[in-house]
Design a protein. Structure first.
Length: 231
């Protein structure tokens, strides 16, 4: 049996990392167009680096919560296959012990040269003037997928989705495509679907079942159920 799990900012909310679209979310404090688009980066790279340097610092100070830990337990103890596809750019799944984690929107730990595409480990504080270790261009950007760019690993993710037995979405508002469309892809392929979120997401009606509450309650309870059924 194969379980594919999509996670979003809601799973890291209880670790103290802000979500994007809740009342005090990041997109109520920052202009998405200025900090999360290639055009915004071209206009003001310093502002974009300041935004992601702050996210990186928050991430370093945060710890995985019970939801991350429960998913790591699922991967360790489940007899089948467990894959996490995350929209999050933090590394809390990995720090909780999950190994099969795909970052479809990139990763705060990565730096990317906008000139030649070379990737390397991001320092804690990045500036646009940092030279690329490969080509030397001073066009360093965070290795984050911005609006208008293609998320990573899409072919692999779609293949994993249609060959899964269960698709579970955790802590995501269903606002941003292509991730918001994964439930439809899974359902059309006959895969069972479950949403675990604080509130009904924008695509909640597409799931076979939905549960509402805090990720730190819902996820450990669901993992315990799956592991109990598998015995
Ligand atoms: P959002 O901020 O859009 O949605 C977070 C969801 O988590 C909301 O539906 C909340 O109700 C829910 N939530 C909040 N706290 C929760 C908790 N403790 N337990 C469970 N659920 C909780 O974040 P995403 O859906 O991840 O992309 O956003 C998707 C993408 O939009 C992000 O990857 C980012 C953003 O713009 C880019 O920057 C490219």
């Amino acid at each position: 049996m194969k379980i594919v799990i999509l996670t979003g900012a809601g799973i890291s909310a209880e670790s103290g990392l802000g979500t994007f679209r809740d009342v005090d979310g990041l997109w109520t404090q920052y202009d998405l167009e200025e900090v999360a688009t290639p055009e915004g980066f071209a206009r003001n790279p310093a502002l974009v680096h300041e935004f992601y340097n702050a996210r990186r610092a928050n991430c370093l100070n945060a710890a995985p919560n019970a939801a991350h830990t429960a998913l790591a337990r699922l991967e360790r103890e489940f007899a089948g296959e467990v894959l996490i596809v995350t929209q999050n750019v933090d590394d809390l799944h990995e720090r909780a012990g999950s190994r099969a984690v795909w970052h479809m929107h990139g990763d705060l730990a990565g730096a990317l040269c906008a000139a030649c595409g070379f990737r390397w480990d991001a320092p804690k504080v990045m500036t646009a003037g940092d030279p690329c270790p490969d080509c030397g261009a001073a066009m360093t950007r965070p290795d984050i997928v911005w609006f208008g760019e293609m998320p990573y690993l899409m072919d692999e993710i779609l293949a994993a989705l249609v060959s899964a037995d269960l698709f579970v979405s955790i802590g995501t508002s269903g606002n941003v495509y292509p991730a918001a469309g994964f439930v439809e892809v899974a359902a059309q392929a006959g895969v069972a679907t479950l949403e675990l979120n604080l509130e009904a997401s924008d695509v909640a009606s597409g799931f076979d079942a939905t549960r509402q509450g805090m990720a730190s309650d819902l996820v450990p309870a669901w993992v315990a159920e799956v592991l109990a059924q598998a015995v």
